[in-house]
Design a protein around this ligand. Sequence first.
Ligand SMILES: Cc1cc2nc3c(=O)[nH]c(=O)nc-3n(C[C@H](O)[C@H](O)[C@H](O)COP(=O)(O)OP(=O)(O)OC[C@H]3O[C@@H](n4cnc5c(N)ncnc54)[C@H](O)[C@@H]3O)c2cc1C
Length: 495
Amino acid sequence: MKSDCIVIGAGYSGLAAASLLAKQGFSCTLLEKHTSIGGCASFFRRMKFSFDVGASTLSGVQKHQPLGKLFDALQISPELKHLDPAMIIYLDDKKIIRYQDKQQWIQEAESHFGKKGQAGFWNDIYAIDNAIWELMDKNPEFPPSNIKDIFTIASRLSNLKALPLLVQLFRPMDILLEKHGLHHNALFKRFINEQLLISTQSFSDSAPIVTGAMGLAYPSETYYPIGGIVKPAQLMLDSFRKHNGALIMKEEIVSIKNTPSGEYAVYTAKGNEYTCTYLISSIPIWNLSEITSDSSIQPKAQSYAQSFPKAWGAFTVYFAVESDFMPQSVYNQVHTKSTIPHCEGDSFFMTYSMSDDLKKAPQGWHTITISTHTEASQWFDIPPEIYEQKKQETLTFIMNEVHRIFPELNHAQKEYIEAGTPVTFAHYTGRHRGFVGGIPHSVETGFLGLPRNNDGLKNFYHIGDTAFPGQGTPAVIMSAMNAVQKIVKHKHTDI
Ligand SMILES: Cc1cc2nc3c(=O)[nH]c(=O)nc-3n(C[C@H](O)[C@H](O)[C@H](O)COP(=O)(O)OP(=O)(O)OC[C@H]3O[C@@H](n4cnc5c(N)ncnc54)[C@H](O)[C@@H]3O)c2cc1C
């Protein structure tokens, strides 16, 4: 089967790229290995309940931001509930409220962490965050893939004021904390580190100030997708199909080759072959290096896979609960009493479905998804009984902490209490060793060395969370939009 474009993987990035390309008139085939779409932002059902598998929170939805732009371009309107406060953080005996309004948030932060340095620190964070969104909005070449992109960005006069930001790419967040006299504020550092971990996947000693600022600003603006985070993905799919796109499920790509005529051929586990002019891969770099022996793509994919040998894994907990209780926010970050067994962070993130979200749970019930960071490799290559024992220990610890923070749920009836590990993610999303959340941002890995959309490989584009130095669904959408823009431009200059 031949089409203009093949997109590998129907997660958020693959769906975004495929739907935009189809809307632009490209014939497009989207190949997905699993039985449902969404990848790390998918769902599963248990009788009358629907659970988000991993991602649950949307941000970057404003008109100038990635999801806002995508929804506009596709003319789709997912049902989203804007939340203010955006999130609640439970730290020791404190309940910290992330208000959307900056001044209100600064007052809240001062009331918990002391007046010293808070206003200056948060003013800097929001200023950097705004400047980066503006830079990305005006420069589709950002982040640059090659020298030409760098020159294009540099030649725009409007970018001059963003120059001071450059240095902040190479300095860790600790420097900004020090500037505001906050580096010895132990409680604030605990707060900052766990907020950074859920956004940039790094701590303040290594998260660059630029990506760290974006990661610290995002918890102030969140949106709850009614029915689950897969719902916007389903609208992308509707748009894709409306524009004649073909989605083929249960079609796992096992090999990619460049044909003598300059086209790409992909081969599937079922023995099918598809060919195309433009190949867009949304699978992580580690997977890409495993499925290609193509002499043009393989060396680059392998060198990236070797340069970034590790990423985080996720430990997840799911359950349904019958209760009238509704926490102050659906999004809750809970600092635990001690480090979670077999996990690295000292907090977990809990999403509690809204009382009136009857697409997730019937009246009087809620579905809950909890996630935390774990070192992925420890879950593989161990005897099944050890695996089960570790899983139970972590699950029990997290459930006890849920009951400590929300005693209202202690005696409530619960159904389908289940847990997922990196092995679960590897199984369902195919992600190598269950690595999720992309490449952790750090000053050590450097910004310019991160994998790019296109490394000069003719008509081959890499998108998704290992192809863009940003966070979560906004970042992967951005990676998809950048690739589509390049493909459209290429097609027009090629004619
Ligand atoms: C526990 C957890 C919580 C998170 N929370 C949030 C959050 O609240 N908000 C947020 O914005 N982000 C969050 N994220 C991050 C977000 O989920 C990801 O950044 C994003 O969903 C990644 O999308 P993707 O398209 O790059 O990759 P994926 O979602 O991994 O999609 C890749 C797709 O490719 C398919 N595939 C893989 N291999 C093959 C193959 N060989 N052939 C064909 N198909 C293949 C997979 O089945 C999958 O559908 C979270 C992630 C996790 C794990």
